[in-house]
Design a protein around this ligand. Structure first.
Ligand SMILES: [Zn+2]
Ligand SMILES: [Zn+2]
Ligand SMILES: [Zn+2]
Length: 214
């Protein structure tokens, strides 16, 4: 999972990922700048119209706040800002913390960072995938940065039903990667977006290098 990264394109920093302070790389600012611009007030009104919060619930501030507007193909709320579409929960995280880091340094080297949903992680009945209702949640208290590997561990049962067409992060292989058969005839999958199948690809490469019969 270690990745080659052109560090000059990022701002090194430190952030809480998987519950611990770790080195991170923050990409060049994008739509976060729009939040600080004159467009911001109008954007906040537009935002509030799209969020359902059950104020009659005795646990209103702890409940999931549901996105009622457009969803991405993989089930996350979408919001347009500064001429760009972004995931609603990413924008929300940014309002509080600034642009989310893209990579975190951990035991496996640099890994992709996700803005994860803690409400999903705590609900073991949720099977995950595009139908996961937690992906629509925009309660800021339910969001936290997670390394890619932690994000996968939190995936829950039922993941295997969609693994054929999507990587564990919900990227469609048809768009972000490919599915291939290794020399042993095993079907393997590779996602460019998060390189989750990189090990499998390396495995095939090393067999070739070592001259191991397929
Ligand atoms: Zn939630
Ligand atoms: Zn869920
Ligand atoms: Zn992926």
């Amino acid at each position: 999972m270690a990745q080659e990264i052109d560090i000059t394109r990022y701002t090194p920093s430190v952030a809480e990922v998987d519950g611990a302070q770790r080195p991170v790389l923050i990409p060049e600012r994008r739509w976060y700048d729009a939040l600080l611009s004159t467009e911001a007030d109008a954007a906040i009104d537009r935002w509030n119209e799209k969020v359902f919060q059950d104020l009659n619930s005795p646990t209103a501030s702890a409940d999931c706040w549901t996105w009622t507007a457009a969803l991405s193909a993989d089930g996350y709320g979408e919001f347009s800002l500064g001429g760009q579409k972004a995931r609603a929960h990413h924008i929300l995280w940014s309002l509080e913390h600034g642009s989310p880091p893209q990579f975190v340094f951990g035991p496996k080297g640099w890994e992709q960072v996700h803005v994860g949903h803690l409400c999903h992680d705590q609900d073991e009945t949720c099977e995950g995938g595009p139908q996961c209702r937690h992906r629509q949640c925009v309660n800021p208290d339910h969001l936290a940065l997670q390394s890619h590997s932690a994000n996968i561990r939190a995936g829950h049962a039922g993941e295997h039903h969609r693994r054929k067409t999507e990587c564990p992060s919900g990227h469609a292989y048809v768009e972000h990667g490919f599915v291939y058969t290794d020399p042993r005839g095993t079907t393997r999958r590779y996602c460019r977006a998060c390189q989750s199948g990189q090990r499998a690809a390396e495995f095939v490469g090393s067999r070739k290098l070592l001259g191991v019969a397929a």
